[in-house]
Design a protein around this ligand. Structure first.
Ligand SMILES: [Zn+2]
Length: 396
């Protein structure tokens, strides 16, 4: 079993073919240079890769029903993410929080809130949309017990998607997920505040990774030791339906960034909370930039409360200097999204729309003309909401 996992992780660390060609060219140039007896200096290069993250991928029973095909007696959820696929697929790392077990129908049937279990076809849709990393540490991780954790991970691996935050064994739990794209190694860690009061089976703490500041700080050090150039941490935390982070969230985020994390990806409140850019003293008198988004809201859900149908695609580029091996985060971008509920062939359907593109193009065949001004207001509100912590006046 372990060798399969190891092979998978190696598979996720492929250097793109284009990059290999570049290296070959570099070697050729260097060998020509050495013939002319010019001292060989390590060539300085700048590499860049893009992280894209979204919040909670939830599966309420109305959503499960929306994907059912009675003729074939099977499920298909591909249409959930079709409108955002173009954005997501530009990411080198595309991360989402899978907030439901995919334990199989035989483990208590498919259900929505309060104890989730969804068809594994949800993963086919996420895969097609471009997701390549799912975090599974959240308060619904144990909704189908240990069996659910194990089956969910197996389903994810079957589709060659990486995941972190839950584990099937102590050994698997000890592993740090490191994914290398364009020569940049990103460690992704994931933790949750709890499991909705469902106790973690005794002696099996590895099943779900819980927020424990000391443990996370150790994991950060471990990730660096294993060669991570940058570290992103998914934290499932905060107060539900609160649009601003609480003091505990803020303190934990600051401590983890100070301890060496670069990017914090928050989820759980079901609504979007702002992001904040931090500056810490770095090596050689330089400043080190880090960023945290306290909550990315629901990416998709059947929830209808205020703001729960709004989410955000969060983008951060990571730049690495070679041979110095220093990294910095650049190009932080937020793209608000909206969950559109609509009826097609007498059936309630769901899809995630990128707000800016939708209101700019005004070409969506499933939207009424009267909806565009409403969506435009959502977009403006979200843009204002996402960035207040970074205005110069408020920054120390
Ligand atoms: Zn949650």
């Amino acid at each position: 079993m372990l060798s399969v996992i190891a092979a998978f992780f190696m598979g996720s660390c492929n250097i793109p073919a284009q990059n290999i060609n570049q290296q070959t060219n570099t070697q050729r140039t260097e060998s020509q240079a050495s013939k002319a007896s010019v001292p060989i200096k390590p060539k300085s290069e700048i590499k860049e890769a893009k992280l894209i993250a979204v919040g909670d991928i939830m599966m309420h029973d109305t959503q499960t029903r929306s994907g059912y095909d009675p003729k074939r007696q099977t499920y298909n959820f591909d249409s959930f993410f079709t409108p955002v696929k173009n954005i997501l697929s530009t990411g080198d790392w595309v991360i989402g929080n899978l907030e439901t077990p995919l334990a199989g129908k035989d483990v208590g049937g498919y259900t929505g809130y309060p104890l989730f279990n969804a068809p594994a076809q949800l993963l086919d849709a996420t895969k097609k949309a471009g997701f390549n990393i799912l975090t599974t540490a959240n308060n619904h991780a144990l909704d189908r017990g240990e069996k659910g954790v194990i089956k969910t991970i197996a389903n994810i691996r079957d589709r060659k998607i990486a995941s972190t935050g839950t584990a099937r064994s102590a050994a698997e739990g000890d592993r740090i997920l490191i994914s290398t794209k364009n020569n940049i190694s990103l460690a992704v860690l994931a933790y949750t505040y709890g499991t909705n009061g469902i106790p973690i089976p005794q002696g099996k703490d590895y099943l779900v990774s819980l927020i424990n500041e000391k443990k996370i700080v150790k994991d950060i050090a471990k990730a660096r030791k294993k060669g991570a150039d940058a570290i992103a941490i998914s934290l499932h935390f905060g107060d539900e339906y609160q649009r601003h982070p609480n003091p505990q969230q803020q303190q934990l985020v600051e401590n983890l960034l100070k301890a060496g994390a670069d990017i914090i990806l928050g989820s759980h409140p079901h609504v979007v909370q702002p992001y904040k850019i931090f500056k810490f003293p770095g090596k050689n008198g330089k400043t080190r930039k880090a960023v945290a988004i306290y909550s990315m809201g629901n990416f998709i859900s059947g929830q209808t409360k205020d703001y729960t149908n709004l989410g955000v695609i969060f983008q951060v580029n990571i730049r690495k200097k070679i041979p110095e091996k220093t990294t910095e985060i650049i190009g932080i971008k937020t793209m608000p999204t909206w969950v559109h509920r609509y009826t097609l062939n007498d059936r309630l359907k769901y899809r995630v729309l990128p707000l800016e593109k939708t209101v700019t193009q005004k070409k969506d065949s499933l939207l009424a003309t009267s909806q565009y001004p409403v969506l435009k207001t959502y977009l403006q509100k979200m843009n204002n909401h996402l960035n207040p912590l970074n205005s110069k006046k408020k920054n120390k």
